[in-house]
Design a protein around this ligand. Sequence first.
Ligand code: UFG
Length: 323
Amino acid sequence: MKICVAGGAGYIGSHTVKELLNDGFEVLVLDDFSTGRRELLTGGDIKEIDLRDAEAVLRVLRNDEIGAVLHFASLIQVGESYKNPHRYYTHNCLTSFNLLGAMAAAGVRRLIFSSSAAVYGIPEHTPIREDHPLKPENPYGMTKKMVEDILPDYRRAYGIESITLRYFNAAGADPGGRLGEMHDPETHLIPNILLSLLGNKKELRVFGNDFDTKDGTAVRDYIHVTDLAKAHVLALKQLIREPMSQTLNLGAGKGYSVLEVIRKAEEVTGKQITFTPMPRRKGDVPVLLASKERAASVLGWKPALSSLDRIIETAWNWHTSRP
Ligand code: UFG
């Protein structure tokens, strides 16, 4: 079966393409390469396409025998989404509308949608279950919620079954060393720590030391990108086996503060890390921690690579092996 992977040249998309190919799926990657990287593609057909172009998306889905769409194509920077919400609403929503419209017209009935823990906003309690209220704190999270909100209508009217995956903090790199994180600019904690050690970044900054957490820094649930990728393959197989619509958290279910991550990175790399304390970053919440029970029971998914050691070790291996 041919699987269309929109945004397949991005960080999580490219790791998922690799897992799909390993599993014997035929893959068609759609990407505009504005943030995606060709060097992260390990196979499959590739079409450079602007997903905001509805006609172009429809042509692709009509001409190819597509069994399912995995939709990763999205702008992801929370900070930028505050400054330029219109760009986020038009990009993240329009690409989703176009894919859904083309799926309806071409008779593609299976979707896996990349959502985010950003839909929860400031959690009322942790661990966060999927039925926690959705109150996004930023335009990025709003775009994810907006798409989630319309999926039931596409199911009712066009029979499109979807599994929505809410990622917590994706991190780490392909254990084989072929793939890893390449954002520009890089805003995420673990690559920024490692890049600061490699001299690629001037200094590591720690945003906020006055959160209501064990050491004052923000706590996150880091999940290895290969575990995320494998969850997509399981979700796809589930949709093929038995049509269903579901929303699932993808997190490791364990929280680490920024300082704990820095300490672990010192341990893994054997290097001392210096940093500058900074005020909180706009929109950062104190704690994000997933309940992973539903993904386990629906998909039989169990993170295997998501210990913090393994996450940092694979990311370090990736960063140090690149020119
Ligand atoms: N942080 C630093 N220094 C840095 C980078 C990050 O101190 O250089 C801190 C942040 O302030 C935050 C924590 O490290 O407290 C984690 O930050 P990340 O940028 O790595 O990740 P976020 O939790 O901010 O964002 C992630 C995803 C978003 C998603 C969000 C909520 O990248 O797409 O989780 O689910 F919206």
